[in-house]
Design a protein around this ligand. Sequence first.
Ligand code: NI
Length: 290
Amino acid sequence: MKFLVSALGLVFLGTSLGSCGSDKTQATPTAGLPSPVVPTKPVKTANNAEYRTPPVKGPVPRNPDMAFTADFSSTGGISFSQVKVPGKYIAMTFDDGPQPQNTPRLLDMLRARNIKATFYVVGRNVDLYPQIVRRAVAEGHEIGSHSYTHRLFSKLSDSEIREDLTKTRDAIGRAAGIQPRTLRPPYGGLLQRQREWIHAEFGYPIILWSVDPLDWKRPGSAAVCSRILAATRPGSIVLAHDLHGATVDAMPATLDGLLQRGFQFVTVSQLLAMKGEVATAQAAVQPPMP
Ligand code: NI
């Protein structure tokens, strides 16, 4: 036992210093390979027999969270960029996928750490790669709507938005048998009036973010990692994009750094439900009305 403990200690010494590394050492493993062929129409995926989920590494799951409720029906409010929570809980969100190379790679990284994330998927990509969405759901991740073709909603008519959100919801349903429960509008652009009718009609809370590494500007993996580690607080909703290879390259160091800082990962719905719990707990200690 003593030996095991010291051996583990050595392992952690070598791997858990929380460095974001440099981009020189984090080259994309697929660099130099020919570009993938991107299909122009939905691919048939009736059989997915070749896929096997990778095993969870490490002695125990480090981030168990499935016991937390995802029922946020008692949570007030329509828009959220962060949530007041009773502990060091955060939600990692990944937008604009699924992407055929990067999203499966990210799913492997999350699974190895038993971390659950939320994917704000683009409906058009869901129709192209439904098997990736199916895998994400099977591994405990949450799927949210990020529109069908990533247009700026604040410039669309209500009927165009209604049609887009319905199409996205149907694509996710066809792919994975579930419905999205929250919406992240493309570019975060949504008028207050639109937020209200979308919430009333579709039931989606509007999910923005409080941590933004600006990874879409391609600052490099080390910058993505250090920006996220520097800005994340309890209750943060962290924005990243699994569309970009460098963002996914940044994730092992980012996720390990967040785990070292004591953060626990939950899905967006779980984070919202915690706000409900805080409100309920506070209400419970109020003296009864005379
Ligand atoms: Ni987006």
